[in-house]
Write a protein of this length. Structure first.
Length: 119
């Protein structure tokens, strides 16, 4: 069955970096876009980034542009989110999701990984 597993979260100081991974199984990753979303306590889930099937198109939320980079390795069935210059407001549970395209609604979600940015 379709499965998405996030990893790489943790506690980091402001200005630090983390790389999140989204390991996909049960489907051919190359045929889908993958989005990264996050949800902070008391807030709605928001879209952070997305990478298209062809890698040509990527999306970034304005507040993470220039700091986050999304990439994919179809051979490893994995999508990455490199997060640099982290800020306390980046603290959230981060989820990856399978999408038919970056503008479509996600149908499958991972379980999430906690990212905490604090000194």
């Amino acid at each position: 069955q379709v499965r998405l597993v996030e990893s790489g979260g943790g506690l980091v100081q402001p200005g630090g970096s983390l790389r999140l991974s989204c390991a996909a199984s049960g489907f051919t990753l190359a045929n889908y876009a993958i989005g990264w979303f996050r949800q902070a306590p008391g807030k709605e889930r928001e879209k952070v980034s997305c990478i298209s099937i062809s890698r040509i198109a990527t999306y970034y939320k304005d507040s993470v542009k220039g700091r986050f980079t999304i990439s994919r390795d179809n051979a490893k069935n994995t999508v990455y989110l490199q997060m640099n210059s982290l800020k306390p407001e980046d603290t959230a549970v981060y989820y990856c999701a399978r999408q038919t395209g970056c503008t479509s609604s996600p149908l499958y979600w991972g379980q999430g990984t906690q990212v905490t940015v604090s000194s």
